[in-house]
Design a protein around this ligand. Sequence first.
Ligand SMILES: NC(=O)c1ccc[n+]([C@@H]2O[C@H](COP(=O)([O-])OP(=O)(O)OC[C@H]3O[C@@H](n4cnc5c(N)ncnc54)[C@H](OP(=O)(O)O)[C@@H]3O)[C@@H](O)[C@H]2O)c1
Length: 303
Amino acid sequence: MRALQHHTYGGPDVLALGEAEEPHAGPGEVRIATRAVAVNPIDAKLRSGAFAPEGRRLRAPRIPGLDAAGVVDEVGEGVQGYAEGDRVFGAGTSVTAERSTLTAFAHLPDEVTFEQGAAVVTVAETAMRILDRLDARDGQVLVVDGASGGVGTTLVQLAMLRGLTVVGTASEAKHDLLRRLGALPTTYGPGLAQRVRELLAGQGAELVAADLAGKGSVAELIELTGDPTRVVTIADFSGETDAVVSEGSQGRAWHALGEVAALVADGRFEVIIDQVLPWTEAAAAHTAIESGHTTGKIVLTVD
Ligand SMILES: NC(=O)c1ccc[n+]([C@@H]2O[C@H](COP(=O)([O-])OP(=O)(O)OC[C@H]3O[C@@H](n4cnc5c(N)ncnc54)[C@H](OP(=O)(O)O)[C@@H]3O)[C@@H](O)[C@H]2O)c1
């Protein structure tokens, strides 16, 4: 089969299509004929070697990608409720290939495209994990620093569906998008606490906050909420923050997949996609994600 791969760590240009062995569905897994794959910031860090859990020596060729959607063509031992031909989306490793295996997955409703399905895997799990960790409740205000990216546009919408008021930061060009999603927009950077207080003038609601950018806002978010346990960061791993640091290794909120798919199918959740590119343009997709300024998700189609 064909797969996107790289033989060394490096810039986006190390990525190229090549031949690879087909994977098979292990216990609890499904294999899919892959139709779409999302590109996440972690994919670029794993490609460049900035984040290299395998150690400095790359086991080549490495096939990137964690989030995919496609059609089931092999069902692993112990998997109930899935059959060949089912449309699914979910998470695996090395998914940017004609065949890939998923370890966490859900059915993709007919109303939801493969591109939309791939786009809401990691971001839905992460956003739901943040809300669960914060015990976010109706009537609270959630401040989201970095609200216009993949996790941000998802978190804004899921929080609003839980009955929270949301204040989100983005560059000014994206404030209309945040308004459309129902959030109160403001800019990011120093002075955030003051800007949020002005926006919320008169509202005495309890505040919770999420740092999705890792650009040093945590101290101001703690000042705003008055309690470090009411602030979650998914991007500040400096070791110097008092906020709750949330990583996937601490447990995943995979229940998000089925819930978000149903919301998309009902028209209650909008999947924000910046660009859909053919997988032959994976290098351009990685360059875009590395800019740190994409809006929603970047998706690759596999054909
Ligand atoms: N710990 C975990 O479990 C976990 C899970 C998923 C993701 N992450 C990490 O969380 C981060 C966000 O992920 P993502 O997928 O949402 O990334 P993304 O889609 O690339 O987010 C890009 C967004 O970040 C915003 N941004 C850029 N500079 C900013 C700043 N100084 N302050 C606030 N916002 C800023 C941009 O807004 P503008 O374009 O308006 O500037 C853009 O919309 C990444 O570092 C990712 O690796 C962690």
